[in-house]
Design a protein around this ligand. Structure first.
Ligand code: AMP
Length: 189
């Protein structure tokens, strides 16, 4: 099973991706986590990404696509994976499609894209909570606003992109972690 979890920062998709990956034996691939690890390890990718991430902008596609193609080639991805935070724009989605078609050889693309829907008011509330509890450096209020506007400009067009491919399912992101988990499990059945 190959899934994409799509939605604005703070919609709860990371939490749900972790839970579903564990229960279904899928690999959880978070490009944000991979980049943060690279920054912490001081690799070349980390050095290139650090300032861009702190400013709330998107890291260049070539860096991200290399990370994804290396990661999806690992053995734990054989049974399938959940992409969390990737693709972030149409160019990345097109590159992903080409990558999957090449690998599978059977023209099979993504099984489903779950879109975590949430109002802007709720989103700002959650990001503020996250900033206070995790102290994420990229979550100060100005950066938050920039991340959301970049999401609107570059990532939100993927909703129509995947809807037109007939793979999009909406998940109401209001409720407890367990309630949302139930919706996710039903959506992929
Ligand atoms: P996230 O944890 O998914 O919110 O990602 C944190 C930051 O990492 C983002 O604000 C971007 O700077 C960068 N990032 C993560 N995934 C991507 C991606 N697919 N494309 C470009 N930049 C990304």
């Amino acid at each position: 099973m190959k899934l994409v979890f799509l939605g604005p920062p703070g919609a709860g998709k990371g939490t749900q991706a972790k839970l579903l990956a564990k229960s279904k034996g899928l690999a959880h691939i978070s490009t944000g986590d991979m980049l943060r690890e690279a920054v912490a390890a001081g690799t070349e990718v980390g050095r290139k990404a650090q300032d861009i991430m702190n400013s709330g902008q998107l890291v260049p596609d070539d860096i991200i696509l290399k990370l994804i193609s290396e990661r999806t080639a690992k053995p734990d991805c054989k049974a399938g994976f959940i992409l969390d935070g990737f693709p972030r724009n149409v160019a990345q989605a097109e590159a992903l499609q080409m990558m999957l078609q090449k690998e599978g050889g059977n023209g099979k693309n993504l099984d489903q894209v779950l879109y975590f829907e949430i109002s802007e008011g709720e989103l700002m509330k959650r990001l503020e909570n996250r900033r206070q509890s995790e102290g994420r450096i990229d979550d100060d209020s100005e950066t938050q606003r920039r991340r959301i506007s970049i999401y609107e400009e570059q990532t939100a067009p993927l909703i129509d992109y995947y809807r037109s491919q007939g793979v999009l399912k909406k998940i109401n992101s209001l409720g407890s972690v367990e309630e949302i988990q139930d919706r996710v499990v039903k959506a992929i059945q």
